[in-house]
Design a protein around this ligand. Structure first.
Ligand code: PEP
Length: 272
């Protein structure tokens, strides 16, 4: 996009005007690096840049979820605004599961959170809701806070899919365990690698309200109000405000835009 000024064309980045609505409580900004970047050197530079920039981010908790083999290499240090998360865990504590990592192993390596039920794992690894439920329980046993991803694919009904996922994925969890859960609403059609159609703040707000209604049915109004609900899907520098202040989300889950330190840090700073 180019804007003219005195005959000179200068690049313009269009940004939504920041809403005046105040943000309430803790905000989570979660970076899902997926199977990126390509080398440890790049990963380490990315981590250190983010670590330096997100000090003193107030009520914002930044959670970096790198590929698991690098968890041990990264140290958030005394930075209370920064934590590490894993992208997946196994449901068993140990055993003959070639290539897998248990929740306890991830916790020992420095993870405090774990993403569970991401649509890429549901699609490519055939992860069922029953498996997601077992993984959540395993994560909680290892004192990891699960970040449960739910959301519909293109052409599916949000209400039907999300209600079914929440009911099955959270089955059997006690109220005490539920207090550790973060729910991420990630409409699959809005994820950048899936085409990244934009999800409007209004649609994100409807989904958040529906998630709270479902949690009220499954547990209680109190618990539904207390559960952090975050949004994920093509979040980038400039559109985060709509999800946080308009859609009243408790944070964002960022994929592609978390791989570029400056952009990711700007997302955090825009929310502040
Ligand atoms: C994701 O896949 O969790 C995600 C949010 O990706 P992106 O931000 O790239 O859409």
């Amino acid at each position: 996009m180019f804007g003219g000024f005195g005959g000179i064309f200068v690049p313009l980045k269009l940004k939504a005007k920041k809403s005046k609505l105040k943000i309430m409580g803790k905000i989570f900004v979660i970076a899902n690096w997926k199977m990126n970047p390509k080398t440890f050197k790049e990963a380490s530079e990315l981590f250190e840049s983010v670590k330096k920039a997100v000090k003193k981010s107030g009520d914002i908790k930044v959670i970096i979820c790198p590929p698991a083999l690098w968890l041990k290499e990264f140290n958030p240090g005394a930075n209370m605004n920064l934590s590490l998360g894993a992208q997946n865990c196994h449901w068993e504590v140990s055993g003959a599961y070639t290539g897998e990592l248990s929740s306890q192993m991830l916790a020992d390596a420095g993870a405090e959170y774990v993403i569970v039920g991401h649509s890429e794992r549901r699609n490519y690894m055939g992860e069922s809701d029953e498996v997601v439920n077992l993984k959540i329980k395993a994560a909680l046993r290892a004192k990891l806070r699960p970040i449960l991803c739910v959301g519909e694919r293109a052409g599916e009904e949000m209400n039907l899919v999300v209600e079914s996922q929440l009911t099955k994925d959270l089955a059997g969890l006690s109220v005490g365990q539920m207090k550790e859960i973060i729910v991420a609403y990630e409409p699959v059609w809005a994820i950048s690698t899936e085409g990244g159609r934009s999800c409007s703040p209004d649609d994100a707000l409807s989904a958040a309200l529906f998630i709270r209604k479902t949690l009220t049915k499954l547990y209680s109004r109190f618990l539904a109000d207390k559960t952090p609900i975050i949004y994920g899907g093509s979040v980038h520098d400039g559109n985060e405000d709509g999800y946080i202040r308009q859609a009243r989300m408790n944070g964002v889950l960022v994929g592609g835009a978390s791989l570029e330190a400056e952009e990711f840090v700007r997302i955090v700073q825009n929310i502040k």
